[in-house]
Design a protein around this ligand. Structure first.
Ligand SMILES: CC(C)(COP(=O)(O)OP(=O)(O)OC[C@H]1O[C@@H](n2cnc3c(N)ncnc32)[C@H](O)[C@@H]1OP(=O)(O)O)[C@@H](O)C(=O)NCCC(=O)NCCS
Length: 381
């Protein structure tokens, strides 16, 4: 159906991001900062405007002109952007699918997932919505779906990009959905791995999907300690300490550079092709790094994924010779500065429950556990 004037305004006309109205109409995703690397410092408050743009699958608000004689001049449609072309945007709102003529769109912008409970922006999102958002921060090379479940494959590079994200309604009975996912993975010559989440301290076996997987011989954690329990921690970008005059310089680059990738590859296995595709596959990302002033080698790095209202940090790492000197704090301070300047009040990270240093680091910065997830895989496969 189309956005004709008989539709009343939705009850969600706000933006949690506080970003300007009138912006982003028809903008393409991934505008980022351009190809120039930027040095971030204590006095640096300009020059890194970012936008995640209007992405298919993202949540948007569209201000739409109503016909003359209507009770109001315009109304807002809020929902998932499911298609776009030169003439139309198609949006699934809570109640209907609307086809909006571009000529009558006064403004459109991406907005964060809705609040599902009271709290600050980093607290009030539901675990399902945050999982779906985080999946866009780490896009797989190959993607499929069973209802709301997201099937991801990336030649084995990371659990997140090679597992079925069990979220929402699979639109099939659980056993049939698992059959579908298993076939999808077997068609690609990959083992089926499932990512399931719950509240902090949840018992996965109590979930019907997990019970069905256990019956089929899957194991919680899939035989890997770091997969047993992964914490999703969130915090406000406003609470992260600012950069100071003493902070090491941080470089932010919208492009993936070879020395960043090489350093990243020193600490984890990479899969040529798939790794670059995943690292650069989101609607917007920044590659942050700190260098040794003498050797100029990268001694600390992270990747920032950009979402409407949210910033995600992936791959934070500091060379062992430089730990406990504040390098990671400096990188996160730079990331939070970028987040604050770009209407991203909430930040997320994912850290294995067995990573004591990582958990201590994020706790020290005021991050708290939003929810947890675990992977299920067959160890005998
Ligand atoms: C976690 C990691 C990034 C921390 O980097 P770092 O540069 O040493 O961190 P900082 O010096 O900025 O530490 C800031 C604070 O975090 C906490 N912290 C950091 N490492 C810690 C550790 N090993 N044990 C306990 N607390 C720790 C402390 O409160 C520390 O302050 P302090 O040194 O004044 O006590 C680093 O240990 C690392 O690269 N680990 C391997 C990769 C990893 O686990 N990344 C995190 C994944 S989410």
């Amino acid at each position: 159906m189309n956005g004709d004037p008989t539709h009343g305004p939705t009850d969600e006309t706000h933006s949690d991001t506080g970003s300007e109205t009138g912006s982003e109409t028809g903008s393409e995703p991934g505008s980022g900062t351009g190809s120039e690397a930027i040095a971030l410092g204590a006095s640096d408050t300009h020059g890194h405007r970012l936008s995640a743009g209007l992405a298919i699958g993202g949540r948007v608000v569209v201000r739409y002109r109503l016909a003359e004689g209507a009770e109001a001049a315009a109304t807002d449609f809020v929902g998932e952007l499911v298609a776009r072309d030169a003439d139309f945007l198609i949006v699934d709102t809570k109640t209907e699918r609307v086809k909006l003529i571009r000529a009558d769109i006064l403004a459109a912008k991406a907005v964060p997932p809705p609040a599902s409970r009271p709290g600050r922006p980093h607290e009030r999102v539901s675990a399902d919505d945050l999982e779906k958002l985080m999946a866009k921060g780490w896009q797989p090379v190959d993607r499929g779906g069973v209802g709301d479940w997201v099937l991801r494959a990336s030649d084995g590079f990371t659990g997140r990009a090679n597992s079925a994200l069990v979220v929402g309604d699979p639109s099939l009975p659980v056993d049939k959905a698992i059959d579908f996912a298993e076939k999808w993975y077997s068609d690609r010559g990959r083992p089926a791995i499932f990512q399931v989440h719950g509240e902090a301290g949840f018992d996965p076996a109590e979930q019907p999907t997990v019970a069905a997987l256990l019956d089929r011989g899957y194991e919680i954690g899939g035989g890997q300690e770091s997969w047993q329990r992964v914490l999703v921690m969130t915090g406000p970008s406003a609470a992260v300490p600012p950069l100071t005059e003493q902070s090491a310089p941080v470089t932010a680059d919208a492009e993936l550079q070879l020395d960043w990738l090489t350093t990243y590859g020193q600490q984890r296995s990479i899969v040529p092709g798939a790794t670059e595709a995943v690292l650069t596959g989101s609607d917007g990302q920044l590659f942050l790094s700190v260098r040794d002033p003498e050797s100029a080698a990268i001694i600390g790095l992270a990747r920032l994924a950009i979402h409407p209202g949210w910033a995600g940090i992936f791959g934070l790492w500091v060379h062992p010779d430089h730990r406990r000197t504040g390098v990671a704090t400096t990188i996160v301070s730079a990331a939070a500065m970028v987040a604050r300047e770009n209407n991203m009040p909430a930040m997320y990270i994912q850290v294995s429950g067995d990573n004591a240093a990582g958990v201590a680091f994020w706790t020290d910065l005021g991050f708290t556990v939003h929810h947890e997830y675990t992977y299920l895989a067959k160890t005998s496969a």
